[in-house]
Design a binder for this molecule. Structure first.
Ligand code: ADP
Length: 551
């Protein structure tokens, strides 16, 4: 019995053992984490004690056992004293650990360190504060990297903004030279005879100009989308109507490559809510890619159907296909399948392009609450792109939009290509004989538009700036004014405003013809009394629509 009692350790021994163990654990944790500890001993006249790591960080002598009150406070960076005061008060106010704070200390040698830490208050049984214990870690290096990273991100953001602005300006600037080139091509087209070489050359020039215009449009859209300035003008639409619009842009190119283009529309009308132009852009981008990446004689297919509450559109081709590893990247900005991804046999990869089209498609589809995906069995095995958009419950659009495209239509591209060319002699006659004022400080742009309009049978005058425009408008009394916006002396918006105040016999139709085509630009035109806002370079079909709105 006595023996057993001797072997059993007393309660006091056990307690002191576990206290020693806890202390060991704390010391190990402090050392392993590189944490520093300091204590303010209120029981000893608020003298302060710093452990070895604290002394190292603060540049204090580790042999000094305790320091006078206020030592820690004096180490604090002046800008952080209020913060630490508040943290200290908060720690006294709550049981347990106080808030975690980041603060700076400045050593005697002038070196500054960032610390992160928290404190805790120890009280006696009467609740009086006996000690304030603080533990901190050195985060100077992390802070330095953080601020370096922030500066780099800011710099990159700034460079990115400048790049976007540059792209927007570049695209705008490119429109000015493109306008007279496109006008010139139309003039050649209207005046050329039947010389085969000439006909082929003009057709080639027209195709390449359209290609350039599309590249410029993509560049502009890219900068708008990255700057988040794209606004959708949504309305209730018939999907078939949007698809028919998109098909307009592919009949020509697909017939040129002798593709067999099949269109199968859903049996029932499908209504969607969206921006007609932007959705048309989505599907014409996909269709034009199908044309671009399919060898001559290949097959293309456009199919639409309803699936549950979604409208589904598939654009499929038998073209060069997309390698598996490239599929997941093709919707990223500037992503193009490189020959390295598409090894030998990837003929046709040399197609021109910026790698923007599919990125735009995805952004626009997602802005409509939809999704787009791409599929391909691999190289040489064609590709399919599927767009899913939320469908409306019931269709509330004009029935006129429906019948033409509602049936399954199968035909070869060439047949439709002819009917997609509205410019012809009948069009010329229909809108001839109007009095037109062309206002543009870009001499070639004005001269070529004037020449084109004269060929179409109109009476035309020119003005080089806003002031001249007002004078000519007064004397000439035009039916239609094509007005550039950015001009010296008086810009197009102010000129339009002042023309609207003139006592003219008939109200001229004012059409802005400018490189700037953002929604804000359109709104400004509207506010200035401008009837229509068109972006350079104008297409002949658009010109006809302006001059003869009944078309
Ligand atoms: P771009 O055609 O200007 O290069 P896109 O963003 O439209 O840019 O397309 C990205 C890439 O995806 C293309 O470079 C092309 O390699 C691939 N791609 C797109 N559509 C097809 C398709 N129908 N068939 C094969 N490859 C395609």
């Amino acid at each position: 019995m006595r023996r057993a009692a001797l072997l059993r350790p007393s309660v006091r021994t056990l307690e002191s053992d576990s206290l020693a163990a806890t202390e060991m654990q704390v010391r190990l944790a402090l050392e392993a984490s590189g944490a520093a500890m300091w204590i303010i001993d209120y029981a000893r006249g608020a003298r302060e004690r710093f452990d070895a790591r604290s002394c190292e960080l603060a540049g204090l002598d580790p042999n000094v056992e305790s320091w006078p009150p206020g030592t820690f406070c004096n180490l604090l960076h002046p800008d952080d004293r209020a913060l630490m005061q508040a943290a200290c008060e908060a720690t006294h106010a709550v049981p347990g650990r106080g808030p975690l704070v980041e603060y700076r200390i400045v050593r005697d040698d002038g070196e500054m360190r960032w610390l992160q830490g928290a404190g805790i208050v120890r009280r006696d049984v009467q609740g009086r504060v006996r000690q304030f214990i603080g533990v901190s870690v050195d985060v100077t290096e992390r802070k330095r990297l953080d601020s370096k990273l922030r500066a780099t991100i800011e710099k990159l953001g700034e460079a990115d903004r400048r790049k976007d602005e540059f792209l927007a300006t570049l695209a705008h600037e490119l429109r000015n030279p493109l306008a007279p080139i496109r006008n010139g091509v139309q003039i050649l087209k209207l005046s050329m005879g039947t010389d085969e070489t000439l006909v082929r050359t003009v057709a080639m020039m027209e195709r390449q100009t359209s290609h350039l215009v599309r590249l410029v449009d993509d560049l502009l859209d890219l900068s708008r989308i990255t700057r988040g300035t794209v606004q959708l003008r949504t309305s209730r639409l018939a999907l078939s109507e949007v698809l028919s619009g998109a098909l307009e842009s592919v009949w020509g190119p697909s017939s040129a490559k002798q593709h067999e283009l099949t269109v199968r529309m859903a049996d029932e009308p499908i209504g969607i809510e969206g921006d007609r132009d932007r959705l048309t852009q989505v599907f014409s981008n996909l269709l034009l890619n199908a044309v671009k990446y399919t060898e001559p004689g290949g097959r293309l297919e456009l199919v639409s159907r309803r699936e549950g509450s979604d409208a589904l559109v598939s654009v499929k081709d038998t073209g060069i296909g997309i390698p598996k590893q490239a599929l997941e990247h093709i919707f990223e900005m500037f992503s193009r399948v490189r020959p390295a991804d598409a090894d030998a046999g990837a003929a046709g990869r040399g197609e021109p392009g910026l790698g923007i089209g599919l990125a735009l498609v995805r952004q626009l589809v997602e802005m409509h609450g939809g999704a787009v995906s791409g599929r391909s069995e691999g190289l040489g095995r064609g590709a399919e792109f599927i767009v899913r958009l939320p469908a409306l419950g019931e269709l509330a659009v004009s029935p006129a939009a429906w019948p033409a495209a509602s049936r399954a239509v199968e035909h070869a591209g060439e047949v439709r290509a002819e009917s997609s060319m509205p410019e012809g002699s009948s069009a010329v006659r229909a809108s001839a004989g109007r009095r037109i004022l062309v206002v543009d400080d870009h001499a070639d742009g004005a001269a070529s538009l004037e020449a084109l309009l004269r060929m179409l049978g109109h009476e035309v005058r020119q003005a080089r700036d806003g002031i001249e425009a007002i004078e000519v408008a007064q004397a000439f009394e035009p039916d239609v004014i094509f007005m550039d916006i950015g001009m010296p002396r008086l810009n197009g918006l102010d000129a339009a405003r002042r023309i609207r105040e003139l006592p003219l016999a008939t109200r001229p139709s004012i059409v802005a013809l400018t490189g700037w085509g953002q929604d804000t630009d359109r709104k400004r035109s509207e506010q200035a009394g401008i009837d229509q806002h068109l972006v350079k370079p104008i297409e002949l079909a658009a010109l006809h629509r302006v001059l003869d709105p009944t078309r």
